[in-house]
Design a protein around this ligand. Structure first.
Ligand code: AMP
Length: 133
């Protein structure tokens, strides 16, 4: 079944478009964390960050950076969260790759974005061993 983003790309459902080219589109998120929250969406329906070719991902990051700069200029954002929810366990609701660009100002009450945990004694070294690439 087509994702909501495929339907936006095909024009079957409306969106507020900020940018488009042959590799991606950028729109405003309909349910924003902050006003101006944008999504950079791959044109091809790669489900996750893991599947997208690096060249496309790199291009999408360039567009995300341009949106970050625009949010700073026009919305007076002092910072942004650039986020990819990668697979459902991470909170990804739409299985079609997209980069969130969320404008932030200090004191907006949205920090921390994710709740933190802590390591037991010695555990960080063990995780380091397991995860070294
Ligand atoms: P994620 O949880 O990373 O998959 O994010 C999906 C995002 O898509 C959410 O922030 C939704 O608010 C947003 N979204 C869902 N439907 C639409 C839509 N029709 N237009 C714009 N944004 C949407």
């Amino acid at each position: 079944m087509a994702t909501v983003f495929e339907m936006i790309i095909s024009g079957d459902i409306p969106s507020t478009k900020l940018y488009e080219d042959d590799q991606c589109i950028a729109i405003l998120d309909i349910s924003p964390v902050a006003k101006g929250h944008a999504l950079v969406i791959s044109r091809q329906p790669y489900a996750t960050f893991t599947e997208v070719p690096l060249e496309t991902l790199s291009h999408m990051m360039d567009i995300a950076r341009r949106i970050d700069m625009k949010q700073r200029e026009v919305l007076k954002a002092e910072g942004t969260n650039i986020m990819i929810n990668n697979s459902p366990a991470s909170g990804q609701e739409v299985p079609h790759l997209h980069i969130h660009v969320i404008p932030r100002v200090s004191g907006d009450g949205r920090t921390p974005v994710l709740k933190k945990t802590s390591y037991e004694d010695g555990e960080i070294a063990a995780y380091g061993e397991k995860l070294r690439i």
